[in-house]
Ligand binder design. Structure first.
Ligand SMILES: [Zn+2]
Length: 392
């Protein structure tokens, strides 16, 4: 080995050692940084899961400052601002992300989707509609964009566009939208009826039932149209069809159905129908409807006895109210007892007046009247009568 070779070997060993030292140092630094970022990321996630928006925002602000990749934390930060109701801040942040000239296209479309949601929260539906339509056009995030578009058309009560969009959403996402589409057609039928166009309403109802053959609402709108027209037998058939589809809505239409039977003179059939409903339905409505008929045909005492017997199987304050009312009308009670009945009746009526009769089975929102679309969570067909002693 000559001197030159020995020198080269030593130099090579020193360079290799130096490279290895720097590599390991950099690796350790990188691992430390990644560990630090991961820790922050999970910390932020944890705050999010615990609904601690302010703390999560602090974490994501630090992540955006220290991380090489500023896109993800800033996108998340904007979404957090929106969730907290700071919509203007969310819009500014997402707009600044989109305006970066070197932003890759998949990132840009994600930021556009977020900005569209910001605009929706701010009530700027026209702007949101333009953004989501653009995304659908370029086939980026189509399922989400179509879903948001469908929500916008519902808010704008633009039911034709809601139907068109729901169908496209159904095709790309595979999610079943038939119940929603059925309701959109029912909304169109209601609009047509308000305009006095019964033919158009009937056409929309046929479409509603084609979209959702189980639509109770379509059957009920049809029943009411026939009832208004004096087509008692057709209306009875439609009310009975509605009851077969979903008995939960019975309190909404039982009184109308009874009137149709009575106009048609089909008293025996009406009694049979109410008897069969009492067997299938857990609430008090068919009992009260039957008692009302007994009251007219056989007098107060028979009706009161019928309710008293039914109350042994169904706990119901509405049943109790009817029983007290009938007992008062019977007028056979002595003066003092009659006064007590008055007090009792007043209290029971007051108790019932304050009670919500419907509740959304999706979000728990409660209301006195029926809403086909929950005003709170915007779900369709989820608001139904509440069963139980103080309710149905
Ligand atoms: Zn709801």
């Amino acid at each position: 080995m000559n001197e030159l070779t020995a020198f080269l070997l030593v130099a090579l060993a020193i360079s290799a050692g130096l490279w290895l030292y720097l590599y390991l140092k950099d690796k350790r630094r990188h691992e430390k940084l990644m560990g630090h970022l991961n820790h922050r990321y999970f910390q932020g996630l944890n705050y999010l899961l615990n609904d601690e928006s302010d703390r999560a925002i602090d974490v994501f602000i630090k992540l955006a400052e220290t991380s090489d990749d500023t896109f993800e934390p800033q996108l998340a930060l904007g979404n957090l601002y929106r969730r907290k109701g700071e919509v203007e801040r969310a819009i500014r942040l997402h707009q600044s992300l989109i305006s970066k000239p070197d932003l890759p296209e998949p990132y840009r479309t994600r930021a556009l989707l977020a900005l569209g949601q910001d605009y929706m929260s701010a009530g700027l539906l026209d702007r949101a509609e333009i953004l989501f339509s653009e995304l659908v056009e370029v086939e980026a995030h189509s399922p989400a964009a179509l879903k948001f578009l469908c929500d916008i058309y519902q808010q704008e009560q633009d039911w034709s566009d809601a139907i068109r969009t729901a169908r496209r959403y159904e095709a790309v996402s595979g999610r079943d939208m038939k119940a929603e589409v059925g309701h959109f057609y029912c909304e169109l039928a209601d609009q047509a009826l308000l305009e006095g166009d019964r033919d158009k309403a009937e056409k929309q109802l046929r479409q509603a039932l084609r979209a959702d053959p189980g639509s109770v609402r379509a059957e009920l709108i049809r029943a009411r149209m026939q009832q208004e027209n004096g087509q008692w037998s057709e209306a009875i058939a439609a009310y009975q069809a509605a009851a077969r589809r979903d008995l939960d809505y019975l309190p909404e239409f039982i009184a109308d159905a009874v009137r149709c039977f009575q106009h048609a003179g089909r008293h025996e059939e009406l009694n049979d129908w109410l008897e069969s409903l009492m067997q299938q339905y857990p609430g008090i409505s068919p009992v009260l409807a039957r008692a009302d008929i007994m009251h007219k045909e056989q007098g107060q005492a028979a009706a009161a006895a019928f309710i008293a017997e039914a109350l042994q199987e169904r706990d119901s304050v509405r049943g109790l109210e009817a029983l007290i009312r009938l007992s008062k009308q019977a007028g056979s009670s002595a003066g003092e007892v009659s006064q007590h009945l008055d007090v009792l009746h007043h209290l029971v009526k007051k108790l019932l007046a304050k009670k919500a009769r419907h509740q959304c089975r999706h979000c728990g929102f409660s209301a006195r009247s029926l809403h086909w679309q929950c005003p709170s969570c915007k779900s369709w067909g989820t608001v139904k009568p509440i069963y139980g002693i103080e309710h149905e």
